[in-house]
Design a protein around this ligand. Structure first.
Ligand SMILES: [Zn+2]
Length: 209
């Protein structure tokens, strides 16, 4: 564990490997495109200091999952070359083992936390929605603590708390109080995870007006 100014540094053990076959990323790519078109995943000079935001993953087996690669937020279309495989992750130590034609992002740790907490979850979408986030309480969304920043081991503990103390497993969605606009939706299928995200976006739009 490397500690810098009280923050545990994110560690990635990464091995470059060839892309997955196209068929294996077809469905994840379709939902990634929907999220991109809705600006729930993307990159914009006026949002979050110009950094890319949001990502989508699907479980392969056990702790192993496929996730959109780091620094792909600006791309309207992804190919198999833009997906990484997370082989193992340890959120408590901010440590990740990944492979593929591109590196998995540090946000993979939150995906890994959800997969570890619920064996039935096969899909996780991390989006940035100012609309859902702003109305999180009115929408009845479980919320991680505001003083727990993204990428900290404490976030995994917070997500664990939500699974223990709230209806999050049944709802399939929660908001990240300490990560601006951060929303996580999940489910047994892509349709379920994507559907939950879109349903809450619709409810948030209704509260906007
Ligand atoms: Zn994020």
């Amino acid at each position: 564990m490397t500690t810098t100014e009280g923050v545990i540094k994110y560690q990635l053990d990464y091995t470059p490997t060839p892309p997955l076959p196209h068929e294996q990323v077809r469905e994840i790519n379709a939902w990634r495109k929907i999220m991109y078109l809705l600006q729930l995943i993307g990159q914009h000079p006026d949002r979050y200091g110009g950094y890319g935001f949001g990502n989508i993953s699907r479980r392969i087996d056990g702790p192993c999952f496929v996730i959109s690669g780091t620094q792909t937020g600006h791309l309207p279309e992804l190919t198999a070359a833009h997906y990484a495989t997370v082989v193992a992750c340890d959120p408590a130590q901010n440590r990740l083992i990944g492979e593929g034609p591109i590196r998995p992002s540090s946000e993979s740790l939150t995906h890994g936390t959800v997969y570890a907490l619920d064996a039935g979850v096969q899909w996780v979408i991390h989006a940035h929605s100012p609309h859902i986030w702003r109305h999180a309480e009115a929408l009845g969304l479980p919320l991680t603590a505001a003083d727990v920043p993204y990428g900290s081991p404490e976030l995994a503990v917070e997500v664990e708390r939500l699974f223990r103390d709230t209806e999050v497993a049944a709802l399939g969605i929660f908001a990240m109080g300490g990560h601006e606009d951060g929303i996580i939706a999940f489910g047994r299928t892509a349709d379920e995870a994507g559907g939950v995200m879109l349903t809450y976006l619709s409810r948030a739009f209704q509260l906007d007006t």
